[in-house]
Design a protein around this ligand. Structure first.
Ligand SMILES: Cc1cc2nc3c(=O)[nH]c(=O)nc-3n(C[C@H](O)[C@H](O)[C@H](O)COP(=O)(O)OP(=O)(O)OC[C@H]3O[C@@H](n4cnc5c(N)ncnc54)[C@H](O)[C@@H]3O)c2cc1C
Length: 556
């Protein structure tokens, strides 16, 4: 039987399913496959094509205690250390104990990981891990292989409906406030864009990260924080937004470079490459027992500090001692994009600088992926399960997507079996007609990114964030006044994304300004110390009645 695949639904289109999953990365596709195994119908809606998201860009791999002598307990310890005191230990325990089998099931689904001559899966090391426990594929093309395998699996399942080119806008709820579906903006080729809707018994957000709120990021263009914005507008709690991980080693392409930048994976340091300054000094030695393999926040801060001290725009990653053969076999993707940008890692050190990489926070969930809105689930980078704390341990995010996707499907199956997943009544026509937010013009995106990178990026202070917040407030005010003057921006993908970026950026700055300490990847210049007495807790962000985000510290 062939897959029911609808690539360009017409405006006004309405459909129904059991579980609608938003996003087609590792999290979304794993939810869909497992929901199907439970006998429920699934629909995956994605705003570009199926493999367009962070998943296919992942290089390093997936962490799991699969090696000889390694244990989930050791993986737990490393994760808690990286998380800087605010991980949810039970969530981490779930991740590391269910992780190895989740990886084995991914292999059974068809993902081909690199193997040694003995046929065993090869394991590498990355920053913060005290063991070799990272499985990888195609050398440094792990995400592409996972994406390929999962896309192939959903395409051959006739019970999974796949909708591409449909940007999900907002949640539909029934009279009791239970999730009942979604509104979406459909982009038909050769057709007019317009608003459609999907009715469903449960909704799973798997929309990935929000790296595009910053000017330089490793995230693709689709990572605009749409799921967090949707959840906020739906009344759900989000948390830990201030903990944005900046990847220490992103290829430096010049001072004017913007948008998605190529990542030089931590695995390159795992295999022995050195971080050096322009004089060839290995500045990580003596700063941390793991030197170049210290947790990411420590490495990113050390690089930034060195850049400031020396007035340099970048540092270098030196892997010349690997030799050509190792570069070609172990890191073919990185080698290719470096060479495409005029740098040959075989003969010269690679210029690198930190860039926004991973959102440790997101829509708050329990260990079943449930958010604070009944029937609304979140999974993958959009979610905050509590496993990352203040800083994600390398290669734990693909694993989180796998493990918690399976748990969401199990929860939905249990609800269905108990009769707790009935059809929901909802006024689709009214929801489709509603205009949920004032839309800024599409050019607002670049301005949001500039404001965020300048004032709320790797270096933050009360003063820098106040400037950023004022700039964001002005953009929001301009969008509102265009609506009042009956000159609203056109509802297009670009303007919806700008609206979501504006809301998510404002929420992030609200939380980051409130956390008056330095912890994990949140680095305050005006509060350089970690303050366990006041801040060993989470900030919960919601939308106030006035429409703006408010962050409240959780009880200690
Ligand atoms: C360069 C790079 C390297 C990385 N390397 C690693 C690594 O080695 N190991 C590791 O564990 N992690 C790594 N990560 C992080 C990891 O890849 C991501 O956290 C993970 O893939 C996120 O998966 P996801 O399914 O949550 O989201 P994504 O894979 O980002 O998918 C999100 C999906 O949601 C869709 N979407 C978004 N908004 C909407 C909307 N409004 N309507 C409809 N669809 C929408 C997108 O189009 C996309 O399909 C890396 C990330 C990057 C960017």
């Amino acid at each position: 039987m062939s897959t029911h695949r609808l690539t360009a639904p017409a405006p006004g289109w309405t459909a129904a399913t059991d579980v609608v999953v938003v996003g087609s990365g590792v999290a979304g596709l794993t939810v869909a496959l497992n929901v199907r195994k439970a006998g429920l119908r699934a629909m995956v809606v994605t705003k570009a094509v199926l493999d367009e998201g962070s998943t296919r860009w992942a290089q390093g791999g997936v962490a799991a205690a699969l090696g000889e002598g390694d244990t989930p307990e050791q993986h737990l310890d490393d994760t808690l250390v990286a998380g800087a005191g605010v991980c949810d230990e039970e969530a981490v325990r779930t991740l590391v104990t269910e992780g190895p089998d989740a990886v084995r099931r991914l292999i059974a689904t068809g993902a081909l990981f690199d193997r040694g001559e003995d046929g065993e899966v090869l394991l590498t090391r990355e920053g913060g891990h005290h063991r070799r426990r990272i499985v990888h594929a195609g050398g440094d093309a792990t995400g592409a292989e996972i994406s390929r395998a999962l896309v192939a699996a959903v395409r051959t399942d006739p019970g999974i409906e796949l909708i591409e080119h449909a940007l999900v806008l907002d949640l539909l709820t029934d009279a009791a406030g239970h999730a009942a579906g979604l509104t979406l903006h459909v982009m038909g080729e050769g057709q007019r864009d317009g608003v459609g809707a999907v009715r469903a018994r449960a909704v799973v957000l798997a929309t990935g990260g929000m790296g595009q709120v910053f000017s330089a990021t490793t995230n693709p263009a689709v990572s605009t924080g749409d799921g967090v914005a949707l959840a906020l507008r739906a009344g759900a709690a989000v948390t830990d937004l201030e903990f944005v991980q900046f990847h220490p080693t992103v290829l430096w392409l010049g001072p004017e470079a913007e948008g998605q930048q190529p990542l030089v994976s931590e695995a390159v340091r795992g295999e022995g490459a050195h971080l050096v300054d322009a004089d060839g000094v290995r500045f990580m030695v003596g700063q941390h027992e793991l030197a170049e393999l210290a947790p990411r926040d420590i490495v990113a801060k050390a690089i930034t500090r060195r850049m400031q001290e020396q007035g340099a725009e970048h540092m270098f990653l030196d892997g010349r001692h690997f030799g050509a053969e190792m570069w070609e076999h172990r890191f073919p993707t990185i080698l290719a994009f470096c060479r495409a940008n005029g740098i040959d890692p075989v003969t010269e050190p690679i210029p690198i600088a930190p860039a926004a990489h991973f959102a440790s926070g997101g829509v708050r969930t329990d260990r079943h992926g449930r958010t604070s809105v009944p029937g609304l689930y979140a999974c993958g980078e959009v979610a905050c399960t509590g496993v990352h704390g203040a800083n994600r341990l390398a290669s734990n995010s693909l694993l989180e997507g796998l493990v918690f996707a399976e748990r969401i499907a199990a929860d939905l199956a249990g609800l269905d079996a108990a009769g707790d997943l009935p059809e929901r009544a909802v006024d689709v026509a009214a929801a489709r007609a509603a205009q949920p937010v004032p839309l800024p013009p599409s050019e607002a995106r670049a301005e949001i990114q500039r404001l965020m990178s300048r004032g709320a990026g790797i270096l933050r202070s009360a003063a820098s964030m106040a400037d950023t917040a004022a700039g964001l407030a002005l953009l929001a005010e301009q969008a509102r006044s265009h609506v009042a003057e009956e000159k609203p921006a056109d509802p297009r993908v670009e303007t919806w994304e700008a609206a979501n970026l504006l809301l998510v950026a404002t929420a992030l700055v609200t939380a980051a300004a409130q956390r008056e300490e330095t912890r994990g990847c949140h680095w305050r210049e005006d509060f350089p110390e970690r303050d366990d007495a006041h801040w060993r807790r989470h900030l919960i962000t919601t939308l106030a009645a006035t429409g703006g985000p408010v962050s409240t510290p959780e009880e200690q």
